[in-house]
Design a protein around this ligand. Structure first.
Ligand code: IPM
Ligand code: MG
Length: 357
């Protein structure tokens, strides 16, 4: 029996709807396995901007730091798109990741057998199934580098900078090697070392560290090739490790080949057990408030929370099993339903999963 304090950032768009279902799932886990989860709602993103004039209130970071982990829905939307870059909801997300020291983002892309028909790639390419873990560096690289405007030869110029230190590469590579050790021991490091200096350092360090993990078979792939290989033969990948921007892009691609981005969870981790857990999808303002969103990514994020931050393996398995059972029973939210199939709403999907825990 444990007691856990969670900060909850519902955020914008469909964020509050999917987080509500995720919270119900945790409450049911608490009842069934005798744990106490305490939830504290905090504001970030557009919702925070509307309520207090900033997307990232100071109090939010403080409360998150005092919690055992953070649950996040999604932030952003057209309403706040015209804010200056530094004040946007997306910037708040970058700031909280960095403020909490969450430099490693784990994004599993697993195809559920029951959903193989939603997969946009031909059956003969996909094979039986695939199970990829994208390990994305989350607090460095071009999303955090020097940026700005300057006057160049042809007038105004804008620039962003990609930069990685040995320290940053080493710590994310360690997470990737450890992850690979717990899986099929195959690691692909993705970079653009044929062009970028930062990628050459990345490759050198990942290669050196192989000496500490002789059992891991490591290889290197340029990002353009990796993007192609993911749709050509996804089954070849086990763990992928890559920079912040490449990981942002490749994890969306990897998620789409599973059938729907609405299915995939993520964990952001640093040193220690603390983490932030969020679906990898965005705020989907077009379907917000309509009970249409798929809550499964948020719910599976709770399984990751239970597993990675709280070490509750049995409970995590129970959540994942409940999701599989509901899919096998044929329930589908609109994003994963076939044409003509009746779609299950967000709340009903959540309730059916809760029932099976
Ligand atoms: C993601 C998102 C964010 C990112 C945006 C909203 C800042 O795309 O979590 O992948 O780029 O990291
Ligand atoms: Mg993204």
């Amino acid at each position: 029996m444990g007691k856990y304090r969670l900060a909850v950032i519902s955020g914008d768009g469909i964020g509050p709807e999917v987080v509500a279902e995720a919270v119900k799932v945790l409450k049911k886990v608490g009842e069934t396995y005798h744990h106490e989860f305490e939830f504290r709602e905090v504001l970030m993103g557009g919702a925070a901007y509307d309520a207090c004039g900033t997307c990232f209130p100071e109090e939010t970071l403080e409360i998150c730091k005092q919690s055992d982990s953070v649950i996040l829905g999604a932030v952003g939307g057209p309403k706040w798109d015209s804010l200056p870059g530094d004040e946007r909801p997306e910037k708040a997300l970058l700031k909280i990741r960095s403020g909490l020291g969450l430099y490693a983002n784990l994004r599993p892309a697993i195809m559920h057998r029951a959903l193989s028909e939603a997969c946009p790639i031909k059956q003969e390419i996909i094979g039986d199934s695939f199970d990829i873990m994208v390990v994305r560096e989350l607090t460095g690289g071009i999303y955090f580098g020097d940026r700005g405007y300057r006057t160049g030869r042809y007038g105004e110029e804008a620039f962003d900078t990609e930069s990685y230190s040995e320290f940053e590469i080493r710590r994310i590579a360690r997470i990737a090697y450890d992850t690979a050790m717990a899986r099929k021991k195959k690691l692909v490091s993705v970079d653009k070392a044929n062009v970028l200096e930062s990628s050459r350092l990345w490759r050198k360090i990942v290669t050196e560290m192989n000496a500490e993990y002789p059992e891991v078979e490591v290889s290197h792939m340029y990002v353009d090739n990796a993007a192609m290989q993911l749709v050509r033969n996804p089954g070849q990948f086990d763990v992928i490790v890559t920079s912040n921007m490449f990981g942002d892009i490749l994890s969306d691609e990897a998620s789409m080949i599973t059938g729907s981005i609405g299915m995939l969870p993520s964990a952001s981790l640093g040193e220690g057990a603390f983490g932030m857990y969020e679906p990898i999808h965005g705020s989907a303002p077009d379907i917000a408030g309509q009970n249409k969103a798929n809550p499964i990514a948020a719910i599976l994020s709770m399984a990751m929370l239970l597993r990675y931050s709280f070490g509750l393996k049995e409970e995590a398995d129970a959540v994942e099993r409940a999701v599989t059972e509901v899919l096998e029973a044929g329930y589908r939210t609109a994003d994963i339903a076939k044409a003509g199939e009746t779609a299950t709403g967000t709340k009903e999907m959540g309730a059916r999963i809760v029932d099976r825990i």
